[in-house]
Design a protein around this ligand. Structure first.
Ligand code: CA
Length: 229
């Protein structure tokens, strides 16, 4: 259930907004002035703030400015004057939307719902699930850089992990030792390509049940290696 804070000094308007929002299953808190509104908004977690501009003491502009210093929640500004809209825009207060009085309560509810939906999409897109590759019993968690085989975690060095991940991301493709050396070690293949052989051997010891009959990384004689899927 979403929590909405209404900062509004006109009791009749606050009551009307509250009633309609509660009918739509919102949990509503009302504050009658800027100071208590700001304090409540900072102290508790709300999903959205409906903020009247003309408030006694601390006005809506100031409340919005101070709120924005520490909170990123949607703010819907309410104004009785059309002129205020230009001021809201001009001040760059970070208000997400505004609505002018008089407005219909159903319009307010629709705006609140639209903002919450948009905000949830934005927040949701910021937290990506871990990127993983799963092939049979092998699981490579690219985000956490962890490898498990049949649920058992194996310790991989950085280069072993990079090499295994590269091969697993490009299955059924045969790579020569030179190519793998260039890709993983970022050097021209004048280096010691035997490094690749050593790393493949170590990876197999960790992920293969039988290293003489590898199920994941195959040796293609005279050519290189291929990841099987
Ligand atoms: Ca007012």
């Amino acid at each position: 259930m979403s929590k909405v804070l209404i900062i509004e000094d006109e009791e009749s308007i606050a009551d009307l907004e509250k009633d309609y929002l509660e009918l739509s299953d919102f949990t509503v808190t009302v504050c009658g002035d800027g100071e208590s509104g700001l304090e409540t908004a900072l102290k508790e977690d709300f999903d959205l703030v409906i903020l009247d501009l003309m408030l006694p003491g601390l006005d809506g502009f100031e409340v919005c400015r101070r709120l924005r210093e520490s909170k990123d929640i949607p703010v819907l500004m309410v104004s009785a004057k059309k002129d205020d809209i230009d001021k809201i825009r001009g001040l760059g207060l970070g208000a997400d939307d505004y609505i002018t009085k008089p407005f219909s309560p159903s319009e307010l509810v629709a705006r609140v719902k639209a903002h919450l939906a948009r905000y949830e999409r934005l927040v949701g897109s910021g937290t990506k699930p871990n990127e993983t590759i799963e092939i049979r019993g092998l699981k490579i968690d690219k985000t956490a850089r962890r490898v498990t085989i049949d649920g058992v975690e194996k310790n991989f060095t950085t280069k072993e992990f990079d090499l295994l991940t590269f091969l697993a991301e490009n299955p059924n493709h045969v790579y020569s030792k030179e190519e793998l050396f260039r890709k993983i070690w970022n050097m021209d293949s004048v280096g010691d390509i035997a490094t690749v052989t050593v790393h493949i051997k170590k990876i197999r010891e960790k992920i293969e049940a039988d290293t003489s009959n590898p199920q994941y990384i195959e040796t293609i004689w005279g050519v290189g290696y291929r990841f099987r899927v």
